[in-house]
Design a protein around this ligand. Structure first.
Ligand SMILES: *Cc1c(COP(=O)(O)O)cnc(C)c1O
Length: 371
C-alpha cells in the first residue's frame, strides 16, 4: 500500500455517527454533518447519511459543488457566509446558506430569482465568541428585511461558539438563542424550522441534562470524525478516537546525539533546538512533513516522541523500539492535522473496514490545542 496514507475506518466512522444521532436525537436535536475536513474524500458523507445524519454542511462552495457532481441529493448548507462574488454558485449548489449581511442576502434573492429557485437562509447570531453573527439587538431588524425578500425563505437562526474565542456553549447563551427564536416567531408569525446551536463544542451542553429549548440542530465535524469534544479535547464516551489514522514510512534510522553541533541559526520552521541534552537516542525519519500534515497535531505511538519536522521530514525519537527502514508507523491526528492531510495531494486516502485494519500500536492521548 502507498505511504503516506490516511487510513479511514468506515465502520468506526459509522459507529460514531450512529451513536451521536441517537444520543442527540433523544434530545430532539438533528445533526448536520460538516464535510469541510475531507473535500478529497467523499465516502465519509455517504456513511454519515446512512447513519441518519440529517443533512450536510460545508464552508466552501467548491466542496458543495463537488458533492453535487457526485450526485449527493441531500440537503446541503453553506455554513460560512457566502462571498458576494459567489452568490450565483451558492444558489446553484446549496439549499441553504448561513448569513449575517443583508447586502449578501439581497444578492442571493436576485440570483435565486434569475435561476428560478428558492433559497433558504439561516441568520447567524453573535453570542460572544466574536466571529460571525448579527448582534442580538439587531436581529429583528434583519429578520424583517429578509422576510420581505422574494425567493428567500427564512429557515431559522444559528450561532457559532468556541471557535475564535473559546466561549463555551452553556445554559445562558443557548437559552438566549432559544429565546430569540421564540421572540422572532412571536413578532413575525413565523415558525422557524432550524435553530442551530453550534458545532461539536455544543455536544457537552446538549447531553448535559438541562433543557435544550428550541435548539434542534448541531453542525458536527470533529466529534463525528475524531470522537472528541473540542472544548477540552476530551474523548466522547463510547466513540472511536482512531477512526482515521495516518501511516508514514521510515526512511532513516540511526543513533544520533540530541544536541546539534556548529553555530546555531534559525531552523527551517523557526523551532528552537532542544534545550536538554539527553545524550544519544534512536532517531527515526519518516517521509512526511509540514506540506502533508500539521506535525504538532499528530499523536505518536506510545514510547516514541516527535522531536522535529520540516517540509518533507518528520523526526521521531523512537525510544527503545526498533524501527527498520521501510517500516510503517501509525499516528493519531487532531483536527488541524487531519484537515491538512486530507487536503494534501501527497497523502493517499484509503478506506478500510475494521477487519482489514492491522493490529496497531497504542497512541498517545489527545492534547489540548485549538486550531
Ligand atoms: C467547521 C464548522 C463547524 C463544525 O465544527 P466542528 O468543531 O468540526 O464540529 C460548524 N459550524 C461552522 C460555522 C463551522 O465553520
Amino acid at each position: 500500500m502507498t505511504t503516506p496514507r490516511l487510513q479511514i475506518d468506515l465502520d468506526k466512522i459509522k459507529h460514531n455517527a450512529l451513536t451521536l444521532v441517537e444520543r442527540l436525537g433523544a434530545h430532539g436535536i438533528a445533526i448536520t454533518g460538516v464535510t469541510k475536513a475531507f473535500p478529497g474524500y467523499p465516502g465519509i458523507a455517504d456513511v454519515w447519511l446512512e447513519a441518519g445524519v440529517g443533512g450536510l454542511g460545508d464552508s466552501r462552495v467548491e466542496n458543495i459543488e463537488a458533492m453535487r457532481r457526485r450526485g449527493v441529493a441531500t440537503r446541503i448548507s453553506l455554513i460560512r457566509s457566502p462571498m458576494m462574488s459567489q452568490v450565483e454558485r451558492v444558489i446553484a449548489a446549496a439549499d441553504i446558506s448561513f448569513n449575517t449581511e443583508l447586502d449578501v442576502i439581497r444578492k442571493l434573492s436576485s440570483a435565486a430569482g434569475s435561476a428560478g429557485r428558492s433559497h433558504g437562509v439561516v441568520l447567524m447570531v453573535e453570542l460572544g465568541d466574536l466571529r460571525e453573527g448579527i448582534m442580538p439587538d439587531n436581529l429583528h431588524e434583519s429578520v424583517r428585511e429578509v422576510l420581505r425578500l422574494p425567493n428567500i425563505q427564512l429557515k431559522g437562526i444559528g450561532t457559532n461558539l468556541a471557535c475564535r474565542s473559546g466561549v463555551a456553549p452553556d445554559q445562558n447563551n443557548m437559552g438566549k438563542l432559544s429565546a430569540l427564536a421564540d421572540s422572532i416567531d412571536a413578532a413575525f408569525g413565523t415558525a422557524l424550522e432550524i435553530v442551530s446551536g453550534g458545532n461539536s463544542a455544543s455536544i457537552k451542553w446538549a447531553l448535559g441534562g438541562g433543557s435544550t429549548g428550541r435548539i434542534n440542530d448541531l453542525r458536527l465535524g470533529e466529534s463525528l470524525l475524531l470522537g472528541l469534544e473540542p472544548l477540552h479535547r476530551q474523548p466522547i464516551d463510547g466513540l472511536h478516537g482512531d477512526a482515521i489514522t495516518l501511516v508514514a514510512e521510515v526512511i532513516e534510522h540511526k543513533v544520533k546525539p540530541t544536541q546539534p553541533w556548529g553555530e546555531i541559526g534559525q531552523t527551517a520552521f523557526g523551532a528552537k533546538p532542544p534545550a536538554v541534552n539527553r545524550g544519544h537516542i534512536s532517531q527515526t525519519i519518516l517521509a512526511i512533513g509540514c506540506q502533508d500534515v500539521d506535525p504538532d497535531g499528530l499523536r505518536a505511538p506510545v514510547g516514541t516522541r516527535i522531536i522535529g519536522a520540516s517540509s518533507d521530514h518528520l523526526v521521531l525519537d523512537c525510544g527503545n523500539r526498533p524501527m527498520a527502514v521501510g517500516a510503517e508507523v501509525t499516528f493519531g491526528l487532531d483536527y488541524s492535522a487531519l484537515v491538512r492531510a486530507m487536503t494534501s495531494p501527497f497523502v493517499d486516502k484509503v478506506a478500510m473496514a475494521r477487519k482489514d485494519v492491522a493490529e496497531r500500536d497504542e497512541l498517545e492521548p489527545p492534547r489540548m490545542r485549538r486550531c
